[in-house]
Design a protein around this ligand. Structure first.
Ligand code: GTB
Length: 217
C-alpha cells in the first residue's frame, strides 16, 4: 500500500532538515519503505482537507490505505512497529527504545524548543537578554544528563533504534547554537546519525524540495 506523508512546500529553514517531515522520511528510509510526499503551503495546512487529517493544521501527516496519522512520534512508532530495523526483537530492549523516543520528545525537546522560541520570537523583547541565559542553561542541564548517560557508547541503548532516530532529530535543532559542541560525545552522536545512509537520503529528499533541485546521485 502506498505511504503518503505531508511536508512544507517551502520549509522556513530553507532545507536544513529541521522540519519534522525529515524524521518521518528518515524512519521510512531506515526500514526501506518507499513513500510519496504531498507538499502543502501554510494556507493549505489550515484548510478543511488537511484539517481532516491533522486537527492542528500541521505537517507531517502519514496516510497508508485506510489509516491516517499525525504526530511525528506516533508516526515513527507506527513505522517502527510495522517494519524491521528500528526496534529490537527483545521485548525489554524494545520497551527501552520506545522509552528513549518519549524521552527525546517529552524530556529533551521541550527545552530545545523553548530556546528556539526565545531566540527567534522573543529576541527583540527588552527582557530577552535576561531570560536567554536561563533558557540556555535549562538546555545545558538536559544535555549534561544525556551526555552522562551516553558516555562512550555509540547509541543510547545498544544498537541504533527509533529512540536514537528521535533523539538525534531533536538534538539537530541545536547544531547552529554552539551549545551541542559543549558536549563532544553528543555532537559525535548526532554526527553518527547524520552519516547513516538512510538519514542522508531523507535529508537530500527534503533539501531537493526546498531548493527545487533533484537529490544528487
Ligand atoms: N507535535 C507535532 C509533531 O511532532 O508532529 C508538531 C508538528 C509541528 O510542529 N509541525 C510544524 C508545522 O506544521 C512543522 S515542524 N508548523 C506550521 C504550523 O503550525 O502552522 C516544526 C518546525 C518548523 C520549522 C522549523 N524551522 O524552520 O527550522 C523547524 C521545525
Amino acid at each position: 500500500m502506498t505511504i503518503t506523508i505531508t511536508a512544507f512546500e517551502r520549509s522556513p529553514d530553507g532545507g536544513k532538515g529541521l522540519a519534522r517531515d525529515t524524521r518521518v522520511r528518515w524512519a521510512l528510509e531506515e526500514v526501506g519503505q518507499p513513500y510519496d510526499v504531498r507538499l502543502l503551503s501554510f494556507k493549505a495546512m489550515k484548510e478543511p482537507a488537511h484539517l481532516a487529517l491533522h486537527p492542528f493544521g500541521q505537517i507531517p501527516t502519514y496516510e497508508e490505505g485506510d489509516l491516517s496519522l499525525f504526530e511525528t512520534g506516533a508516526i515513527v512508532f507506527h513505522i517502527a512497529e510495522r517494519h524491521a530495523g528500528l526496534l529490537p526483537d527483545d521485548a525489554n530492549a524494545r520497551a527501552r527504545a520506545i522509552t528513549w523516543m518519549f524521552a527525546a520528545l517529552n524530556t529533551v525537546e521541550p527545552a530545545i524548543l523553548e530556546l528556539a522560541t526565545a531566540r527567534l520570537l522573543e529576541g527583540d523583547k527588552p527582557w530577552s537578554q535576561q531570560r536567554l541565559p536561563l533558557v540556555e542553561d535549562r538546555v545545558r542541564d538536559r544535555l549534561k544528563q544525556l551526555s552522562a548517560h551516553l558516555g562512550h557508547a555509540d547509541w543510547l541503548d545498544g544498537a541504533f533504534s527509533a529512540g536514537d532516530l528521535m533523539m538525534v532529530s531533536v538534538l539537530l535543532r541545536l547544531k547552529s547554537s554552539g551549545i551541542l559542541d559543549e558536549y563532544p560525545n553528543l555532537a559525535a552522536y548526532v554526527a553518527r546519525g547524520e552519516v547513516r545512509p538512510a538519514y542522508k537520503r531523507a535529508f537530500a529528499a527534503q533539501l531537493a524540495v526546498n531548493t527545487g533541485k533533484p537529490p544528487a546521485g
